[in-house]
Design a protein around this ligand. Structure first.
Ligand code: F6P
Length: 341
């Protein structure tokens, strides 16, 4: 009987998940494994909600955003008896290994269960690009391009109306998307969670810019940027992993800048458009290569590992590497600063 590999996608979706699913399935089938898809993240492992994946099931998905397996932010450690159910279902399904495709939360659980004896492998994903161990996560490049295009578009309307436009960009703990999209799109100031900047300083920079002839400005702000050390949140509710829902920083920055400068200011929230739609070629290839490597590791009998991009190579690291955040460094922010104002 063929050995079985199961996989699921957990946490926020991101463009590039389907290429991973396709690569795991195609490579796994080639090596003689039976491939099982688990629906809706850890929830599907608890409920034993699965589908068989064959070549046809993963045909025509490489270019599609989202995940054909569905996703959830279910945290088994917070549900009575859920971890036991996962172990039982793993055994009853006759699995050789379980591939968790997710961010720090999903892979944190995968690490925990590995230490308890479950054969897990992690594939890191997030549009935020804030996972340690891997140079880039798939989904990030797509999100950056969407945000950059938005900044490009905002330029023409900001210029026509002589306005300041503040664009709120995703990035909970790290400002990678805002930094890259802001640099690529020529934003006049970039605000990221890693660096606390007084908005009076931003106002001074804009004023100087406007006093020397330019009549509009674009400010890119990551949703995790803090005011007076505090997150700006849309609700106080926490998700299963203890995260607040961020939202509102763009509006606050816009209101404050308008008040200080007197310049007419608007804000735009890009929100989930940054996670939707087709992955870029970069994200499709990265997702594909990570998926192939995950299957190779299982074939070699290596578990408790995550796959990662280092330079141009796909490597294997201990799965708990992912639980440390990867933040924007001072030197990168200094490079971006050259273009402020
Ligand atoms: O972690 C990815 C991310 O898109 C963050 O940038 C954002 O804060 C969060 O997910 C939004 O989560 P949700 O889709 O649950 O609102």
């Amino acid at each position: 009987m063929a050995k079985k590999i199961a996989m699921f996608t957990g946490g926020g979706d991101c463009p590039g998940l389907n290429p991973v699913i396709r690569a795991i399935t195609r490579k796994g089938l080639q090596l003689g494994y039976e491939i099982i898809g688990v629906r809706n993240g850890w929830k599907g492992m608890i409920d034993r909600d699965t589908i068989a994946l064959d070549r046809d099931a993963v045909a025509g998905i490489v270019h599609r955003g989202g995940t054909i397996l569905g996703t959830s932010r279910t945290n088994p450690r917070k549900i009575e008896g859920a971890v036991d159910k996962i172990f039982r279902n793993f055994k009853d399904l006759g699995l050789e290994a379980l591939i968790a495709i997710g961010g720090d939360d999903t892979l944190g659980v995968a690490h925990d269960l590995f230490t308890k004896g479950l054969n897990t492998i992690g594939v890191p994903k997030t549009i935020d690009n804030d996972l340690a161990g891997t140079d880039y996560t798939f989904g990030f490049d797509t999100a950056v391009n969407i945000a950059m295009e938005a900044i490009d578009r905002l330029h023409t309307t900001a210029e026509s109306h002589q306005r300041v436009l503040v664009v709120e960009i995703m990035g909970r703990h790290a400002g990678w998307i805002a930094l890259h999209a802001g640099m690529a799109g020529g934003a006049d100031y970039i605000l990221v969670p890693e660096f606390s900047i007084d908005l009076n300083e931003v106002a001074r920079t804009i004023r100087k810019r406007h006093e020397t002839g330019t009549t509009f400005s674009i400010i890119a702000v990551a949703e995790g940027f803090k005011i007076a050390g505090k997150d700006i949140t849309s609700t106080q509710e926490l998700d299963a992993f203890g995260h607040v829902r961020l939202g509102g920083i763009g509006e606050q920055v816009a209101n404050t800048l308008e008040k200080i400068t007197g310049y007419e200011t608007r804000h735009v929230v890009l929100g989930h458009t940054q996670r939707g739609g087709s992955p870029t070629a970069f994200d499709r290839v990265l997702g594909t290569r990570l998926g192939l490597k995950a299957v190779e590791l299982i074939h070699q009998g290596q578990f408790g590992k995550m796959v990662a991009l280092r330079g141009t190579q796909i490597v294997a690291l201990d799965i708990d590497t992912v639980t440390k955040p990867k933040l924007v460094t001072q030197s990168l922010y200094d490079e971006a600063k050259v273009f402020f104002g």
